[in-house]
Design a protein around this ligand. Structure first.
Ligand SMILES: Nc1nc2c(ncn2[C@@H]2O[C@H](COP(=O)(O)OP(=O)(O)OP(=O)(O)O)[C@@H](O)[C@H]2O)c(=O)[nH]1
Ligand SMILES: [Mg+2]
Length: 480
């Protein structure tokens, strides 16, 4: 039986077999700059270019030209570039008009392109076309967006590696190994009279275990890649007045949140991004949890609960200087079981999900600093003073250690979507091995291998459903 072959079927509107229109967008960021670029892609690009420039532009030659609107009025002078398909970013005819980077000039230039027959591009539509025309696989297309959004030098390097196909190559290699194993298994099933019974000799499970080992390595690098690219979401929660907003301000290094001595100061959840030694982290300050009748505060508390549901990590802030609620009472207020405290990082690397660090704040007010409270039974506890900054470094280091982030320049960028698919590959392989080892069910094992192969394909965008593709590209910015 031939192995599954992957095809990037262009089932979205646009290229990949279907008639495609010509899209246009401003490719440079909003605001003022020396140069601004309007980009076009599609079959009409060259005609629109001729209309605006009043002349032909040679392929891949920077050509100085005036740009005029449909009334023949000059809008700007700049460089025109024409990249005939398929040797272009999208694989279609692509045009770049490099004008002066003022927002109004750019808008006028874009309007002239639309007047001449182009349509405004959707977010990510250039990358989507590149994907549909097999210029990039899905991992590479995502890396374009990740590169643009990179928050650190390591993230840039990792995104460049993913863009150049390093991650995709490893996934393809894994998929190929899974397919060869499946062919091997199916051969054993189809020709049971052969002298060697591969299935019963343990060779097959050995091969599957080697694949599993490789998969674990890929998962570990993938987790690092997700941390580099997407980072973690850390929610700061606790009772009113314990110093949550002071902690946020201290972590950010500026006065972002209002701090007062009144309990119930923070109502809206406030979120800000910082990079902790290369790890992008979004910290969310929340309304303190307590019983109240104040409707504004109640709304704030309800928002705190929504934030807690989406947290990768929770910093439970407590005031060490005064009497505190019992920890289990406080956890109940957060709506979390006590077990959330004891979660340890698995050997495979960082974890995502509801994990917690207890932050004992206001250490500056404590004279006897020896541990005296029930919190210290939990290893994920750190004492700080948001006021003086004492212990903040320790908190950051603990968080980085617990998350399992390694500040290294190697590796590639990845997304949670990739981890989910890799976990499905692992589940299918483990299930298949179980079928083989306990029931000697070769057919079921072969089917699990087929599933595992399909999940590898999902990562690269082969045979991915349209709505998933739509969702991924819609998160890109316009002009990309
Ligand atoms: N001495 C001391 N005071 C602190 C410390 N952290 C915060 N405070 C004070 O505690 C009070 C409350 O601080 P906030 O940061 O507003 O506390 P919060 O947890 O955000 O409070 P709510 O928004 O009401 O839930 C303020 O008067 C802060 O100055 C600390 O480490 N040491
Ligand atoms: Mg506050």
């Amino acid at each position: 039986m031939p192995p599954d072959t992957w095809t990037a079927e262009g089932s979205l509107n646009g290229p990949g077999g279907l008639e495609s229109d010509t899209i246009a967008a401003i490719a440079t960021p909003a605001g003022k700059g020396g140069v601004g670029i309007v980009r076009l892609s599609g079959p009409d690009s060259e005609r629109i270019l001729r209309r605006l420039c009043g002349k032909r532009v040679s392929a891949r030659m920077a050509t100085l030209s005036a740009f005029t609107d449909s009334a023949g009025e000059k809008l700007d002078t700049g460089l025109a570039l024409f990249f005939p398909g398929p040797n272009s970013f999208t694989g279609e005819d692509v045009v770049e008009l490099q004008g002066h980077g003022g927002p109004v000039v750019m808008d006028m230039l874009l309007a002239a392109c639309l007047d001449a027959g182009a349509r405004l591009a959707n977010p990510g539509e250039f990358s989507e076309r590149a994907f549909l025309n097999n210029k990039l696989d899905l991992v590479q297309a995502e890396a374009v967006s990740d590169l643009i959004n990179s928050a650190s030098e390591n993230a840039v390097r990792a995104a460049v590696k993913s863009l150049s196909g390093e991650f995709s190559t490893r996934i393809s290699a894994l998929a190929e190994k899974i397919t060869s194993l499946r062919i091997y298994v199916e051969a054993s099933i189809d020709f049971p009279d052969e002298e060697v019974d591969f299935l019963s000799q343990g060779q097959v499970s050995l091969k599957a275990e080697v694949i599993l080992e490789e998969l674990e390595e890929l998962l570990a690098s993938g987790r690092q890649g997700v941390l580099l690219g997407e980072g973690i979401r850390v929610v700061i929660a606790g009772q009113p007045n314990v110093g949550k907003s002071s902690l946020l301000n201290r972590l950010l290094g500026y006065d972002r949140a209002i701090v007062t001595a009144l309990a119930g100061t923070t109502r809206d959840a406030l979120s800000e991004q910082v990079t902790l030694k290369g790890l992008p982290a979004t910290f969310v300050d929340t309304a303190g949890l307590r019983a109240t009748r104040d409707i504004v505060e109640l709304e704030g508390i309800s928002r705190t609960h929504k934030e807690l549901e989406q947290a990768d990590w929770i910093l439970l802030v407590r005031d060490i200087s005064g009497p505190a609620l019992a920890l289990d009472t406080e956890l109940a207020m957060l709506g979390l079981p006590e077990s959330s405290l004891s979660k340890q990082q698995p050997s495979g690397g960082p974890v995502f999900g509801n994990n917690m660090v207890i932050v004992e704040n206001k250490l500056d007010l404590v004279v006897d600093k020896s541990p005296c409270r029930d919190d210290t039974d939990h290893q994920n506890t750190v004492a700080i003073s948001a006021l003086t900054g004492e212990g903040i470094n320790e908190l950051v280091e603990l968080l980085i250690r617990l998350v399992g982030y390694k500040d290294q320049a190697s590796g590639f960028i990845a997304r949670r979507r990739h981890l989910e698919s890799l976990n499905s590959v692992r589940a299918a392989l483990l299930d298949g091995l179980e079928q083989l080892n306990t029931h000697a069910a070769g057919e079921l094992f072969a089917e699990d291998l087929r599933q595992a192969h399909k999940h590898c394909g999902d990562i690269l965008g082969h045979m991915s459903p349209d709505d998933l593709l739509g969702e991924i590209f819609a998160s890109f910015c316009i002009g990309k």
